[in-house]
Ligand binder design. Structure first.
Ligand SMILES: NC(=O)c1ccc[n+]([C@@H]2O[C@H](COP(=O)([O-])OP(=O)(O)OC[C@H]3O[C@@H](n4cnc5c(N)ncnc54)[C@H](O)[C@@H]3O)[C@@H](O)[C@H]2O)c1
Length: 256
C-alpha cells in the first residue's frame, strides 16, 4: 500500500510497537495520529517526524475516543489505517491479583479496542478501504499460568477482531490480528514490577520492527492472523490441536 498522504491512527503510539508503527508509516509519507496517555512518550515519537501528531486520549473512555477520532478526521482527513497497540500487562496469579487490576486490564486492552473500532471503523467500511490492525498476543491464543488477566483480555481482543473481520470481510477494509511472542519493549517493566512467568523468559525476543514488518507482510498476503517470529504459528496449532500438551508444559515450567 502506498502511504503518501494517508491518515493513520496508532493507539499506544507513545512507546514500543506503537511507536515503531507510527515512525515507519510517517517515514513513508503518512500523516499519523497517536492516541496515548503517555504524553512524554508521544512527544518522543513525534520528534522523529513532522507527520506525527499526538492526541492525549485514554482509550478506555468511549466519549474521549469518539472526540479524538472526530478531531483526527477534521485535522488530517478520513482515516485509512488504525493500529490498536495500546495495552497494559500486569501479571499475577488470578487469586492474588486484585479485582480492580484484572478489570482495568479488560477496560484498556479490550474496551479500548471496542471504543476505537466503533468510532473509527464505520467510516472506513463506508469508504470501502483501509487497514484495521489489532494487537493481540500469543497470550491471547495460548493460556498461561500467572498471566490470566492479561490472557483473558487478549483472548477477548482476538475473538472480537475475528468476528469484526468476518462481519466486514467484503467491505474492502483489510484486517490483521497480530499475535506476537515476547518483544523487547517497555511493556515488560509492568510484568517485572509484578510477576514474571518463567515461560515468558525466552532467549529470542523479537524487536518491535520485526513485528511491524510481519504485520505489513500479512496485510499484503491477505492473511488475517499474523504470527511474527520463528515457531509461533506452530505453537498456536499445538495449542489448538493438543491443548493438554500446552498445560503440561506450562505446569512443568512454572513448577506448580
Ligand atoms: N511487548 C511484548 O512482548 C508483547 C507481546 C505480545 C503482544 N504485545 C501487545 O502489543 C501491543 C504493544 O505493546 P508494547 O510492548 O509496544 O507496549 P508498550 O508498553 O511499549 O506501549 C503501550 C502503550 O500503550 C499506552 N497505553 C496504556 N494504557 C493506555 C490507555 N488507557 N489509553 C491510551 N494509551 C494507553 C501506554 O502509555 C504505552 O505508551 C500491546 O497491545 C501488547 O499487549 C506485546
Amino acid at each position: 500500500m502506498a502511504f503518501h498522504g494517508k491518515v493513520a491512527v496508532i493507539t499506544g503510539g507513545g512507546s514500543g510497537m506503537g511507536r515503531s508503527a507510527a515512525q515507519a508509516l510517517a517515514a513513508k509519507g503518512a500523516d499519523v495520529a497517536l492516541f496515548d496517555v503517555n504524553e512524554a512518550g508521544m512527544a518522543e515519537t513525534a520528534a522523529s517526524s513532522a507527520n506525527i501528531r499526538p492526541y492525549t486520549v485514554d482509550i478506555s473512555n468511549t466519549e474521549a475516543v469518539q472526540a479524538a477520532v472526530a478531531a483526527v478526521e477534521s485535522d488530517l482527513g478520513p482515516i485509512d489505517r488504525v493500529a490498536n497497540a495500546a495495552a497494559i500487562m500486569p501479571f499475577g496469579k488470578l487469586l492474588e491479583q486484585a479485582a480492580d487490576v484484572q478489570i482495568k486490564l479488560m477496560q484498556i486492552n479490550y474496551n479500548g479496542l471496542v471504543n476505537v473500532a466503533t468510532a473509527a471503523l464505520p467510516g472506513m467500511v463506508e469508504r470501502g478501504k483501509g487497514d484495521f490492525i489489532s494487537f493481540s498476543s500469543m497470550s491471547g491464543v495460548i493460556p498461561g499460568l500467572l498471566m490470566g488477566g492479561y490472557c483473558a483480555s487478549k483472548a477477548a481482543v482476538s475473538m472480537y477482531t475475528d468476528i469484526l473481520y468476518h462481519e466486514n470481510r467484503n467491505s474492502g477494509v483489510r484486517f490483521v490480528c497480530v499475535c506476537p511472542p515476547p518483544v523487547a519493549t517497555p511493556l515488560w517493566k509492568q510484568a517485572k514490577d509484578t510477576v514474571v512467568p518463567k515461560i515468558t523468559q525466552v532467549e529470542n525476543v523479537l524487536s518491535p520492527e520485526e513485528v511491524i514488518e510481519a504485520i505489513e507482510a500479512s496485510l499484503e498476503k491477505g492473511e488475517f492472523l499474523c504470527f511474527p517470529g520463528k515457531g509461533t504459528k506452530v505453537g498456536y496449532w499445538i495449542s489448538r490441536l493438543m491443548p493438554g500438551r500446552i498445560w503440561e508444559h506450562s505446569h512443568k515450567t512454572e513448577g506448580f
